[in-house]
Each structure stands twice: as structure tokens, then as C-alpha cells.
Design a protein around this ligand. Structure first.
Ligand code: BG6
Length: 541
């Protein structure tokens, strides 16, 4: 991979958590791998008054805490920190930006970097416009003597209207090709691997369409609740926080047509076409396609945890969803009639993100199924014997366990984004012995087998791409707006019809039972994954 040109990166919001946990460790990893040019400078900007030395020592601690352990040595951290500077600034004061411009000019001279600037906005979104506008007043976006790029963290808007306004304001100052909207899911190795799996192999793509695929499922579960982010989350909800951006971007990669080449606009034109083909959910059909929920207090592994409404900075009567499940269609030639399901939630049994392709059954059932071959469904009291708590039918289940639903034989291709990154293919084999009973078996690949080193973090990859001027893995304005165009009607319907149910689910469970009803009665239900990719036959952990 080529080293970028020498540059100076200005991080607005430098005293924040993201800078400490993600951006600086990402830059440090690149530095350790010698992927940064010899000459680069990092300038932290925020309201707090620090000296350069105080800022360095603060971030040195952050790097030691959050960078991958075997990359950290005292010497390397000290060397890296010599490149860091700090500039206190009041975001609304024009004079401060003039002084910042002078400081940048001075640093490029003393440090010998070229005038290639990256402005990284790791600030609350209400400051995006303000900062971009002031940078424009100073002419800092102009590229006469070096390239200029601006990186924006999510959220890109709150709904379609605000996303359009944000893009319009940014585009008054910067050109679209100077704007890098970070979606850290696109920086994940395993998300990028969706492209390689599909388009570097001859065997998957011919089966990747409505003729062979029964449905596609994307699960993003988190074990944690909202932690210290109750204030932000309560005004957002999981649909905005995870689905509008990260999970729809994954849908884009799973469903896109092959691009003519791997280049930023070629790839993003294809994902945009997927977003344009998303069938919007009509208000009167919402109950059939969308289920929302909120976690309630529960005991997880013996430890009592709060319900969402008891979390700090969350309204006690909050109607913000911490779980959502959607069923939707992509109205194009490849996917006509194939349901897509997305499920995202906080306080679920474990942290997992994965894509599951479920294939149609063969046209004729020639063989009977072996006893060990069963499909799992979430336990509903009275439906069957629960394999989790072993209660007989009719007795209340003690938790969200699974029961043997003995569904139809099916093949699944599972692309695990995180953790235990890998690919799993499930198919049927003959049970040894007489007759022709079948059993589902696994063939799996694990990323661990490819490398002894850690998988590069999303921020590391995205920062490097931005330095190299490659926007393939960044969200383009039209894609962001088109995704909002799909999501906003759901948000509006919820806002206009408070009687639409908000289902409670016990913290530590797989969400409300109602999410199962999105599937047709004879369809394969949600997969209930475990931390380990290949293990889903037991109840969750
Ligand atoms: C962020 C969301 O964008 O993604 C968080 O704001 C969420 O609420 C996080 O926890 C999940 O990211 P990851 O990489 O940990 O799966």
C-alpha cells in the first residue's frame, strides 16, 4: 500500500472520547506500521485550554490504554506524540479560525509538511455547519497549494430534511470529493470482505439472487445498554443510531450489482442503486414490517441490570426504541420478492453482527431428516419443550431460550462481521448408517487462520484511505439522503401514532417475541447466534 503525501490533520473535538479511543490509536497503528509519511502533524482543537505538552500526555495515556497492546512501547508513543500539537478554539469565534489558520501555516513551515490538510470533525453534529462555514471564510477549503479534505462523523442528519440541509451547507464550502463521511462499519475488514467474497469467487454470485435465496437476514446485537450515552441515545433510537447508516450500508454491499471496477464512484453508484430500490414501508402497513422494543430491567448471569427508562439521562416515560426489527424488499430485478430482515438491539444476549443468506430448499424433499437436525426458535411458553430451561410445554420459560422447531432442511451462508470473524456454510449430509437420513453440517473459515496479526481497526483503515484520497468506503451525500428517505417515513409514523406498540423485552434477551412474527409461518426464523460462529444449536451463551 502506498504511503500518503505529507499532511497535517486538524481534529476538532480533540478533548473528546472518540479522539482518545479511536482516532489517535488508529493514527498510532498506522505510524507503527510505517504507513504514515515521514512528515505529518496532528493538531488537536477544542474549547478546553491545554498546552501542547498537556495534550500530548493526555493522548499518550489514551494510546497506551486503547491501542493494540503489542504495538505500544514507551519509545514509540513518545516519538508519535512529538507530532501532536494543540490549539484551543471557540467554535463560533471568527477570530479564532484566523488564528488557527496562522498556526497551521506556521506548523507547516516548522515541521516541513506540505499544505495538505485534513479537517476531522469529531464534534457534536450541531457544530458541523458552524466549523465548515468558518473554514470556508478563511479559505481553508481551497486547494491551490495542497489538497483539503473534511471528515465528518455521524450522525449525518436526524431525518431526511436535516440530512439534506447538512449536505447543502457542507457543499456550499467543500466539493463532494473533498467530503469524507465516516461510517465506521465500512472500515471493518469483514464488511469489505463482503465485496471480495461475492466478486472474487465464481461459485457464490450465480446463486446470489431471487431464484435461489429465500431471505437475507442482518443481525446487529449488542450486550451493553446505553451506558453513559443515555442523553444522546434517547433523542436518537436504534433505527437512527445503527440501521439508517451502518446496517443499510451492509445491505448495500450484500445486494449491489458488481461494479465495473473497485473505485469510489463505481462502487458507490451501485450501492446507491440498492438504496433507491428499497421499498418504503407505508404507514398503514407498519405493524407487518416493523417491530420496536425497549429493554426492561432484568438479571443477566445473576447480575441485576437496569431497564432503559431507568438509565441516566433517559426520560422515565421515554418512547425511544432500543430494539428494532424490520422486514423490507428491494424492488429490483435481482431481489424482487426476497424478504430482507434487519434486527438491531441493545442489551441483547451477546455482541454480534452477522449477515445470513438463507437459501431455498431443493424442489423435492427426497430424504428424511435426522433427529439431530433441528431449527431453533425463541422459546414461547407452551409451544414446545424449551432446550434452555428444559421446561415442558405449557410451563413458563425462564428466559429467552430456544426450542426445537424442526423446520425444513435449508442451506445457510453466514458472514460473521464480528466477533469470531469468518464465514460459515451450512449444508446437509447423510447420517452414517442405514437409510438416508440427513444432518446439517458446517464448513467454516476463520479470519484468525489468515493472519497472526490483529485485524486493522476501522478507523485505521478509513484514516489511511482519506489520506490517500480514496472515498470508496465513505458515505456519499446521495446515498445518505436516500437511506434517510427510506427510514424517515417509519420515524414519522411512530411520531404521529403513539399507539403503535413499544414492546418491552427483558435485558439480556433476543428482543420482543413479536419480531418473530415478521417471518411467514413456514419460513426459517431468525438465527440465534452465539459468540462462536459455528455454535448456534444451544441457547445463546
Ligand atoms: C455506533 C453507535 O455508531 O456504533 C453505537 O452510535 C454502537 O451506539 C456502535 O454501540 C457499535 O459499533 P461497533 O463497532 O462496536 O459494532
Amino acid at each position: 500500500m502506498r504511503q500518503p503525501d505529507s499532511f497535517l490533520i486538524v481534529i476538532f473535538g480533540a478533548s473528546g472520547d472518540l479522539t482518545k479511543r479511536m482516532i489517535m490509536p488508529g493514527l498510532f497503528h498506522l505510524f507503527r506500521k510505517k504507513l504514515l509519511p515521514e512528515k505529518f502533524t496532528v493538531v488537536g482543537v477544542s474549547r478546553t485550554r491545554y498546552t501542547d505538552e498537556e495534550f500530548r500526555s493526555l493522548l499518550a495515556d489514551g494510546i497506551k490504554q486503547f491501542a493494540v497492546k503489542d504495538t505500544v512501547t514507551e519509545e514509540a508513543v513518545a516519538q508519535f506524540c512529538q507530532k501532536l500539537y494543540y490549539f484551543p478554539l471557540d467554535y463560533t469565534q471568527a477570530d479564532d479560525y484566523q488564528a488557527l489558520k496562522d498556526r497551521l501555516q506556521q506548523l507547516t513551515t516548522t515541521q516541513g509538511t506540505s499544505k495538505n490538510y485534513i479537517f476531522y470533525l469529531s464534534t457534536p453534529p450541531k457544530l458541523f455547519d458552524v466549523i465548515a462555514t468558518h473554514l470556508g471564510y478563511q479559505g481553508l477549503q481551497q486547494e491551490q497549494d495542497g489538497w483539503r479534505r473534511i471528515v465528518i462523523e455521524k450522525p449525518f442528519g436526524y431525518d431526511l430534511g436535516s440530512a439534506r440541509a447538512l449536505n447543502k451547507n457542507l457543499l456550499r464550502v467543500f466539493q463532494e470529493n473533498q467530503i469524507y463521511r465516516i461510517d465506521h462499519y465500512l472500515g471493518k475488514e469483514t464488511v469489505q470482505n463482503l465485496l471480495v467474497l461475492r466478486f472474487a469467487n465464481g461459485i457464490f454470485e450465480p446463486l446470489w439472487n431471487r431464484r435461489y435465496i429465500q431471505h437475507v437476514e442482518i443481525t446487529s446485537a449488542e450486550a451493553l445498554g446505553v451506558e453513559s450515552r443515555g442523553g444522546y441515545f434517547d433523542s436518537s433510537g436504534i433505527l437512527r443510531d445503527m440501521v439508517q447508516n451502518h446496517l443499510l450500508q451492509i445491505v448495500g454491499l450484500v445486494a449491489m450489482e458488481p461494479p465495473s471496477l473497485i473505485e469510489s464512484n463505481a462502487v458507490r453508484n451501485e450501492t446507491l442503486k440498492v438504496f433507491q430500490a428499497l421499498r418504503k414501508v407505508k404507514a398503514e402497513e407498519l405493524a407487518r414490517y416493523v417491530v420496536r422494543g425497549q429493554y426492561t430491567a432484568s438479571a443477566i448471569h445473576g447480575e441485576q441490570v437496569k431497564g432503559y427508562r431507568e438509565e441516566a439521562s433517559v426520560a422515565p416515560d421515554s418512547r425511544t426504541e432500543t430494539f428494532v426489527a424490520l422486514k423490507f424488499y428491494i424492488d429490483n430485478w435481482r431481489w424482487a420478492g426476497v424478504p430482507f430482515y434487519i434486527r438491531a438491539g441493545k442489551r441483547m444476549p451477546t455482541k454480534i453482527t452477522e449477515v445470513v443468506i438463507s437459501y431455498k430448499a431443493p424442489p423435492l424433499a427426497l430424504f428424511s431428516r435426522g433427529e439431530t437436525d433441528f431449527a431453533m426458535k425463541q422459546c414461547v411458553s407452551g409451544e414446545a419443550r424449551c432446550v434452555g430451561c428444559r421446561r415442558p410445554p405449557g410451563e413458563a420459560c425462564a428466559g429467552s431460550h430456544m426450542y426445537d422447531a424442526s423446520g425444513v432442511g435449508y442451506n445457510q451462508l453466514i458472514m460473521r462481521i464480528q466477533p469470531d470473524e469468518g464465514i460459515l456454510l451450512k449444508f446437509n449430509m447423510k447420517v452414517p448408517g442405514r437409510g438416508f437420513q440427513t444432518q446439517r453440517v458446517h464448513m467454516n473459515f476463520s479470519y484468525k487462520d489468515l493472519t497472526d496479526a490483529y485485524l486493522p481497526t476501522a478507523y485505521e483503515r478509513l484514516l489511511l484511505d482519506c489520506m490517500n484520497g480514496d472515498a470508496t468506503l465513505f458515505a456519499r451525500a446521495d446515498a445518505v439522503e436516500t437511506c434517510w428517505d427510506f427510514i424517515t417515513p417509519i420515524l414519522e409514523t411512530w411520531a404521529q401514532s403513539p399507539s403503535i406498540p413499544m414492546f418491552g423485552y427483558p435485558a439480556g434477551s433476543w428482543g420482543p417475541q413479536e419480531a418473530n412474527a415478521l417471518f411467514d409461518a413456514n419460513d426459517i426464523p431468525w438465527r440465534y447466534p452465539c459468540k462462536n460462529l459455528t455454535c448456534d444449536r444451544m441457547y445463546f451463551e
